[in-house]
Ligand binder design. Structure first.
Ligand SMILES: Cc1cn([C@H]2C[C@H](O)[C@@H](COP(=O)(O)OP(=O)(O)OP(=O)(O)O)O2)c(=O)[nH]c1=O
Length: 206
């Protein structure tokens, strides 16, 4: 077993969270110089009527498929590959990353004063076709947000690139009245579940 894994994620937060487990990791990102262009657009679209838990696990599987193909194409060492996907759900409605500031404000208004779920699926490709998967589901309740608070938060730029238009590790923390589940999962990589997968794969000691 190699003494490192590949982390197929552009999210800097996931790398920092994985650091907490003391696992050596190298990035395995699309579109490196001289690489075949990978078209990620459309891969992770929500299917009509698709439940959030189904969607987030499917999206993670697609990310992992693309990463495995990337590792093969580049002729890289066959170390395990880890990837994850995070989505926010209000009932059956999926809130992905906001398209723009207006979309972010709409999402934040819909989260105001209510509880929502944050789902993060993790997938680890081990040897051959073997892959290990886990799903973390957390519940987050926001205090009621005023229009001024929403505008200020959107203007800070923090909502962009975040599922549900907020970052619990950032200024949005002041509006989180209650969390049950996994703080690291809400941030993008649930460390309890991730460590379990890494132990099963023999990357982390049991
Ligand atoms: C709810 C929430 C989400 N997020 C982030 C985690 C994810 O990076 C992002 C959801 O987007 P994802 O599609 O899960 O991940 P990504 O596009 O950032 O990175 P990659 O697909 O390359 O791994 O939202 C926070 O950082 N804090 C939060 O509180």
């Amino acid at each position: 077993m190699p003494d490192f894994i590949y982390l197929a994620s552009q999210s800097p937060r996931r790398g920092r969270l994985l650091d907490q487990l003391g696992v050596r990791h190298l990035p395995l990102l699309p579109n490196a110089p001289g690489d075949v262009a990978e078209d990620a657009e459309g891969l992770e679209q929500v299917a009509r009527g698709e439940a959030p838990a189904t969607y987030v696990q499917r999206a993670t599987g697609l990310k992992l498929d693309a990463a495995v193909a990337r590792r093969e194409r580049r002729g890289l060492a066959p170390a395990p590959i880890l990837c994850a996907d995070t989505t926010v759900a209000l009932g059956r409605e999926i809130l992905g990353k906001p398209l723009d500031a207006q979309d972010a404000a709409r999402m934040l208004a819909s989260l105001s004063g209510r509880e929502h779920r944050v789902l993060t699926a993790v997938a680890l490709q081990v040897d051959g076709p073997r892959r290990l998967v886990a799903l973390s589901v957390s519940r987050v309740r926001f205090a009621p947000l005023t229009a001024r608070q929403i505008d200020a938060y959107v203007a800070s730029g923090e909502p962009l690139g975040k599922a549900g238009a907020y970052a619990i590790q950032g200024a949005a923390a002041q509006h989180v009245r209650h969390l049950s589940g996994s703080y690291s999962g809400v941030m993008g990589l649930p460390l309890f579940e991730t460590a379990q997968l890494l132990r099963l794969a023999g990357v982390l000691a049991s």
